[in-house]
Design a protein around this ligand. Sequence first.
Ligand SMILES: NC(=O)c1ccc[n+]([C@@H]2O[C@H](COP(=O)([O-])OP(=O)(O)OC[C@H]3O[C@@H](n4cnc5c(N)ncnc54)[C@H](OP(=O)(O)O)[C@@H]3O)[C@@H](O)[C@H]2O)c1
Length: 451
Amino acid sequence: MQHILQAIMSAEMAIDPRAALTDIGALPVPESYRGVVVRAEDTAMFEGMASRDKDPRKSLHMREVPTPELGTGEALIAVMASAINYNTVWTSIFEPVPTFAFLKRYGRLSALTRQHDLPYHVVGSDLSGVVLRVGSGVTKWQPGAEVVAHCLSVELEDAAGHDDTLLDPEQRIWGFETNFGGLAELALVKANQLMPKPGHLTWEEAACPGLVNSTAYRQLVSHHGAQMKQGDTVLIWGASGGLGSYATQFAINGGGIPVCVVSSPEKAELCRSMGADLVIDRAAEDFRFWSDENTQDPAEWKRFGQRIRKLTGGDDPDIVLEHPGRETFGASVYVAKRGGTVVTCASTSGFLHSYDNRYLWMNIKRIIGSHFANYREAWEANRLIARGRIHPTLSRTYPLEHTGQAAYEVHRNAHQGKVGVLCLAPAEGFGVRDHELRARHEDAIGRFRGR
Ligand SMILES: NC(=O)c1ccc[n+]([C@@H]2O[C@H](COP(=O)([O-])OP(=O)(O)OC[C@H]3O[C@@H](n4cnc5c(N)ncnc54)[C@H](OP(=O)(O)O)[C@@H]3O)[C@@H](O)[C@H]2O)c1
């Protein structure tokens, strides 16, 4: 692996980094590499424990694993950096189901996918890095290209996915429902997951937006989501977290008015630093939407709605960006404006939502289900990063061997923005090619690291 890393690092000093990397395709690919895995033999290790107590540090291991075979339409990437997504937290605590069931199903699909069905799962759904090899039929990408990868894996053989690739019946999230993910030194992707690495960012900055940025884009901006327009009031749960920190930027960038919900003064300050003036600290104001395990408290929904109106000067949210799920969903439906939209992509606090449907139908509100992004949406979201319109929200990085600790912090909600992982990158700060663009946005890029 060292010769590959040396070749990539030589581009740091080169006058033409692109030219310096063109020969990387001639270097031998190692037969094995270090990757972060969960193991099939561990899937029962947390049985009987509360979700909160299940510890990713116990289930995520760094292991030497064999390099997978490169198939038609695929690419093998030397991974410089990756990031923690909540799906890796789910994988590491084996909830809602162990991901080995996904690998088994994928393995049954074809001779090409059979190799994914293994007793270990190399996790991770983000990466930045360099293309090492491309499979037959790949023409757009060549070895040496500096890339990021989005995590939509689809087969595209069925017409159902030809308008909106997310609707492909064989849709999967790479590194979660497929093997050979990004928290590793090498990764296997479909070549159509690849996008140009934004030149003004370091490897670790470029790796961190992919999954959440694309998801927030579809939820908020796309015609498949809430189609936010100028002046819309947008309620954003977890506004300094992974999804929320990008949703807040999209709202501001598109002329919306974000109302950011967070749980500490530090997180509130981060929202303000992104340009969001309207912030609710749900912990300080002690909103309790549930009076006991089974009963929601509409008086608290009302208090929350009044708080929003006080901030906005009387407006209710046109859009609510939902992901906490069970704990907040009743409140989200209640506070959405008449004719407004609740757009949901997750259920962190529980999958079974309940809400008072009278508020929905009598007030002509709608709920939209959203999941990651289609190819085009992921590309558009990455383009906004590359043009310096939306910025990474990296708060800290860990070396690959401490991925368990990084995932633990996300599981415990002890992080801000995105937590990055250095894979082959020997330290932070490498990979910047466009220094001029970076200089223009240095402050915004460093916001979540207090720079
Ligand atoms: N379907 C998809 O494609 C997709 C894509 C990305 C993420 N997701 C899912 O979306 C969820 C969030 O992902 P993320 O990357 O944004 O995670 P994250 O970085 O942990 O941020 C989530 C934020 O939500 C807030 N939150 C957590 N529990 C809450 C609760 N009970 N009530 C109110 N707020 C709560 C927290 O902020 P405060 O404590 O500051 O309020 C937290 O920082 C996860 O379940 C993830 O799996 C789905």
